[in-house]
Design a protein around this ligand. Structure first.
Ligand code: ADP
Length: 198
């Protein structure tokens, strides 16, 4: 299995870039989607959350109250650790399962926290989608209709641009226009397709 990790800070363009790889037939496993499913209604992990915090952690329909949990772990580092210990092994196991089920010549693992969570260890290559912080702020604020302070708080909880770039085997510069992306993606696709054959 030839695995290419894709990462980048919030608003760097991971989703935009991985969509272009998908258009070329590459299977993309999305760690964020898997993480959300880990705490879905009826899951064992959600049951453990309910046992720890009670009904306040749930919505009326029995699904997770994500806003409550986010605020709770933000204010309590010990609880954040507890939640990570509960969910991370489950998320990792599901990521590995989906990576192995992929049938394309190589497979991508898209994870905003690839480096922070040590997931680069699963990957042969690490592609970092890179823009400067000002661009990250501007594009995220526009996409999510949030203010720059909220984006900055998220950015501060993520690895720095330098930390991420230190793990890159390839860097995709997304500071230009969207039209600049397809040629860069095509070149990388050729590279990864060739490496996967070796
Ligand atoms: P991420 O998945 O890393 O958070 P997205 O792919 O969602 O980032 O990109 C963030 C926002 O910036 C989206 O609204 C996207 O359409 C836009 N965007 C991405 N690349 C470019 C670009 N090169 N020029 C202008 N806007 C871009």
């Amino acid at each position: 299995m030839f695995i290419v990790g894709v990462t980048g800070g919030i608003g760097s363009g991971k989703t935009t870039v991985t969509r272009l790889f998908e258009q070329r037939g590459v299977v993309v496993v999305d760690a964020d989607v898997i993480a959300r499913h880990t705490l879905e209604r009826g899951s064992q992990a959600l049951q453990a959350v309910r046992e720890r915090y009670g009904e306040v952690a749930l919505q009326a329909d029995g699904s997770l109250n994500r806003a409550w949990l986010r605020a709770h772990i933000f204010a309590n580092p010990t609880e954040k650790q507890w939640l990570n210990q509960l969910t991370h092994p489950l998320i990792r196991a599901e990521i590995i399962k989906q990576l192995h089920a992929a049938t394309s010549a190589y497979v991508m693992l898209s994870a905003p926290l690839l480096i922070e969570n040590g997931l680069q260890q699963l990957c042969q290559r690490v592609l970092v989608v890179d823009v400067d912080e000002a661009t990250q702020l501007q594009r995220t604020a526009e996409r999510d209709q949030v203010n720059p302070q909220q984006v900055q708080a998220i950015m501060q909880a993520q690895a720095s641009r330098q930390q991420r770039l230190a793990h890159a085997t390839e860097v995709l510069d997304n500071s230009g226009s969207s039209a600049d992306l397809p040629p860069q993606v095509e070149k990388l696709h050729q590279l990864y397709s060739a490496l996967a054959l070796q």
